[in-house]
Design a protein around this ligand. Structure first.
Ligand SMILES: Cc1cc2nc3c(=O)[nH]c(=O)nc-3n(C[C@H](O)[C@H](O)[C@H](O)COP(=O)(O)OP(=O)(O)OC[C@H]3O[C@@H](n4cnc5c(N)ncnc54)[C@H](O)[C@@H]3O)c2cc1C
Length: 549
């Protein structure tokens, strides 16, 4: 341990994660408070890491000249969020929509005008190219924001319950980094359990660091996003759920949907499971699914990607067998409408806190049945969180972290490397995938199945103290494996606690929405080293939209 090099740096504001949310937060903070020093730490390479460049690029657009934010909030609360949403945060998101798109334009991200196509009631889609994070990195450089690439943040530093910075290590040389800061914003993405390759970058280690520091988590049971995948290529089959047929040629979409919808829902996965259980599978998609916009002149940077994608979809007009695949998307760091977490000086943005913000309600997110809300939500959170943090640092005191805390966190980070021998982190990740992948454990749950999963998880947890890494990359894999175990436990325990079905959350043994008992958020928190779960009433009486009895 002694020979590990150490680097110390300090800033007013530290952003962890250089995806679209983190880069927007850094730029928005610097624009709001040019005197504040800002550092971005990214475990991959800011601009190339994260998800905004992974094949999406569809943004939600509201025609605010003709649609009032409250109209969308009303539709969303009834049809999507199922009254579990924080309607104030959602209202703020919709109201800022046009301003956010203008800001992106101002930061050099071209948004082709009026490609807007309907994406569900009251919402349209516009698109951006796959180089949006590279453009944001350029903005950071222009503003003098310092970026540390290939540095993974392993833990957060606190002094007397307030944020004081973070520690981490370089994936290249293993250098130990200590960052002191008055405010820290976690934009580290969601937990996707490394199941689906395009979503694989969401590994939850930022969520785990916030949890260990004592931050509250909310809606952890909504780590259950799944899509239909083509069995042959194991690629997602967007919009295929509108055209599902069983082996007897029966249209089974009509069992759960009366008209075509713009996004998948958990009910499609439940239908797949029920048809298969009754021996009526496999399930096929019969009609040619929607392929998205790939106009050559609109998004030149990503054109090579779209060409490859297009090639793969050739022949899709014949029947294709589909299977559901868990994608995950747990995003639970609890934040308020200013993106402030429960620890003073800690903020979060984007996929790290989408469900934690309460905005999407009873859906995992993104897309949370809102196509295009992933990137734009990250931009929204980034702008709001960055600006809030920029204000906070004006008056906050710079705290000096305790050296004993730093030494303890350093020892914990490097422990897998110090062990002579031990468990391969891939074995732990494999265990978690085996627990959560079956849709009957994560999408269409029952008490019995959840109890079995929790018992299996205990065995996997026992392996964590024996994790062994051979190099700094594997050390990160160990930390990611630990985060997957933590997130899996939060997901299973909250799912076991919620004894109803609501929105995306489906229980076979509690099939109905229960507004009497379960208009509640489940809050998960570390209390003296133990995971504590409690409930909090949704303040529905303060919101404009009430449940229909
Ligand atoms: C295939 C695919 C298609 C999609 N399509 C769309 C779409 O069409 N429209 C839409 O709106 N959304 C879409 N999304 C979702 C959207 O891309 C995300 O919601 C959004 O990019 C999230 O941004 P973020 O900055 O919050 O998180 P991320 O993009 O996940 O960025 C997090 C960053 O933090 C870094 N990081 C994580 N942990 C640490 C750590 N411990 N230390 C340092 N750095 C760390 C990561 O390396 C990463 O760069 C899609 C996602 C995928 C995967």
């Amino acid at each position: 341990m002694e020979q590990i090099k150490e680097v110390r740096a300090s800033a007013d504001f530290l952003v962890v994660g250089g995806g679209i949310g983190g880069l927007c937060a850094a730029v928005a903070a610097k624009e709001k408070n040019p005197d504040a020093s800002v550092i971005v730490v990214e475990k991959q390479t800011a601009g190339y890491g994260g998800k905004a460049n992974k094949g999406g690029g569809v943004l939600q657009w509201f025609d605010l000249e003709h649609t009032k934010p409250e109209d969308f909030v009303q539709y969303h609360a009834h049809a999507v969020g199922c009254y579990l949403g924080d309607q104030e945060v959602l209202m703020k998101y919709v109201a800022m929509n046009n301003d956010l798109l203008d800001r992106l334009n101002g930061w050099g991200i071209t948004i082709p005008k009026m490609q807007g196509m309907p994406a569900g009631p009251l919402t349209y889609m516009v698109s951006i190219d796959l180089d949006s994070c590279l453009k944001m990195r350029k903005q950071c450089n222009k503003l003098g924001i310092q970026i540390y690439d290939k540095v993974a943040v392993s833990d957060l530093l606190t002094v007397d319950g307030k944020m004081a910075g973070a520690v981490g290590y370089s994936l290249l040389e293993g250098t130990f980094h200590v960052f002191t800061a008055k405010a820290v914003l976690m934009a580290t993405g969601s937990q996707n359990y490394r199941i689906s390759n395009m979503w694989s970058s969401g590994r939850g280690d930022g969520i785990a660091a916030a949890y260990r520091a004592g931050a509250e988590m909310r809606n952890t049971e909504f780590g259950n996003f799944a899509q239909l995948f083509k069995k042959e290529s194991l690629r997602e089959c967007v919009f295929g759920e509108n055209y599902m047929y069983n082996a007897q040629g029966e249209n089974v979409t009509k069992n759960f949907r009366r008209f075509q919808e713009s996004d998948i829902s958990a009910t499609a996965i439940r239908e797949w499971y029920e048809q298969m259980s009754q021996g009526k599978g496999p399930i096929y998609i019969r009609l040619r699914p929607f392929r998205g916009d790939r106009k050559p002149d609109s998004r030149p940077y990503g054109q090579a990607f779209w060409n490859a994608y297009q090639k793969e979809t050739e022949g899709m007009d014949k029947d294709m067998e589909v299977v559901p695949c868990l994608v995950g998307e747990q995003s639970p760091i609890r934040v308020d409408k200013d993106m402030a977490a429960s620890i003073p000086g800690l903020y979060a943005a984007g996929d790290a806190c989408y469900c934690g913000s309460g905005a999407p309600g009873a859906v995992p997110a993104p897309p949370g049945r809102n196509r295009g809300s992933g990137i734009l939500n990250a931009v929204f959170d980034g702008v709001v969180g960055g600006e809030s943090a920029a204000e906070y640092v004006k008056t906050a005191e710079a705290l000096t972290p305790d050296e004993a805390q730093i030494a303890r966190l350093k020892a914990a980070a490097y422990a897998p490397l110090e062990r002579e021998d031990g468990v391969d982190p891939i074995e732990v990740i494999d265990d978690i995938q085996k627990i959560l992948c079956p849709v009957e454990n994560s999408i269409y749950m029952s008490q019995h199945r959840l109890d079995v999963c929790l018992r299996k998880l205990e065995k996997t947890k026992a392996k964590l103290s024996k994790l062994k890494a051979h190099d700094f990359h594997e050390m990160l894999t160990c930390h990611e494996a630990e985060a997957m175990v933590l997130c899996c436990e939060m997901q299973l325990r909250a799912s076991s606690m919620r004894k109803e079905s609501r929105g995306w959350f489906l229980r076979e043994d509690y099939p109905l929405m229960d507004n009497k008992e379960w208009l509640k958020w489940i809050i998960v928190k570390d209390v003296d080293g133990k995971m504590d779960l409690s409930t909090e009433d949704v303040p529905i009486q303060n919101y404009p939209v009430q449940p229909i009895e």
